[in-house]
Write a protein that binds this ligand. Structure first.
Ligand code: SF4
Length: 224
C-alpha cells in the first residue's frame, strides 16, 4: 500500500523551529528520499540513504501533534524531496487533521504532485528551491535533471504560482557554482511580483551527514 510506503519515509522530527517557516513557530517533519542528486546537498543521508536514519513511527508523530499542536502555528514538511514520496498524501492528511497549516519544501521537479496537494488543500505554502539558471541544472543536480526537464517543471510551478501567489515563495542557495549573474538570471525566471530569497551556502560538515542531527535524535526521543 502506498500509505505504508509513505510512512516508511518518515525519518525525523524537530519539535520547534523558529526559522523554517518565517512568521510561524513550527515543527519540522523530515521525509527521506529524493529525485535529485545535488552535490551540495545538506541532507544527503536523508535524501539518498534514508535507511541510515531512524524511522519515526506514525504513532509517535500523532502523539506529538496531539500534545504540542496548540503551541505551534504550523508544520514544515521537508526532505529529501517530499513530493517524491509515494503516497505522501496519507502523511499530509494526518498533518492536516492536527488543525495546523503545512508548509512544504520542494525542488519543484514534480509539479503535478504540487498541483494536486494545492488542489486538495493539503499544503498552505510551498517553498520552492530554484537551483539556478536552467542551463546549470545538470551540474547543480548531479545530472538528475537536465535543462529541458528543469525548464518544463519550473514553468508549470511558476504558472501555479501565478494562479495562487499566496501559496508560493522561491529560494535559491548560493552554492559555489553560482555567480552573481546566475542569481540575477534566477530572479528573471520568477513570475512577476515574486522576490527571490537567497540562502547562504554552508559546506556540509561531512559527506552524507544528516545536516540537522536533531531530527535524528528527536525521532528516538519522541517514541514515548
Ligand atoms: S533536492 Fe534537496 S534534498 Fe534533494 S539532493 Fe538536492 S539539496 Fe538534497
Amino acid at each position: 500500500m502506498h500509505s505504508d510506503i509513505a510512512w516508511n519515509h518518515l525519518r525525523g522530527l524537530t519539535p520547534l523551529s523558529l526559522c523554517d517557516w518565517p512568521g510561524h513557530p513550527c515543527c519540522v517533519v523530515y521525509l527521506g528520499g529524493c529525485n535529485l542528486r545535488c552535490p551540495t546537498c545538506h541532507n544527503a543521508s536523508l535524501a539518498w540513504d534514508m535507511e541510515s536514519q531512524a524511522l519515526l513511527p506514525q504513532a509517535a508523530l500523532r502523539g506529538f501533534l496531539a500534545r504540542r499542536a496548540r503551541w505551534l502555528s504550523g508544520i514544515t514538511v521537508t526532505g529529501g524531496e517530499p513530493t517524491a514520496v509515494p503516497g505522501v498524501g496519507a502523511i499530509l492528511h494526518e498533518l492536516k487533521a492536527s488543525g495546523l497549516p503545512v508548509k512544504l519544501d520542494t525542488n519543484g521537479m514534480l509539479p503535478e504532485v504540487v498541483a494536486l496537494m494545492l488542489a486538495e488543500g493539503l499544503v498552505r505554502t510551498f517553498a520552492v528551491d530554484v537551483k539556478g539558471p536552467y542551463a546549470k541544472y545538470p551540474a547543480l543536480t548531479g545530472g538528475a535533471a537536465d535543462e529541458t526537464a528543469a525548464r518544463k517543471s519550473l514553468s508549470r510551478i511558476f504558472a501555479l504560482a501565478e494562479e495562487r501567489p499566496e501559496a508560493f515563495y522561491f529560494r535559491t542557495t548560493r552554492v559555489p557554482l553560482l555567480t552573481d549573474d546566475d542569481m540575477e538570471a534566477v530572479r528573471g525566471m520568477l513570475p512577476a511580483g515574486f522576490a527571490l530569497t537567497i540562502q547562504d551556502y554552508k559546506k556540509p560538515r561531512r559527506p552524507h551527514a544528516l545536516a540537522d542531527s536533531e531530527a535524528r535524535r528527536t525521532a528516538g526521543n519522541l517514541v514515548d
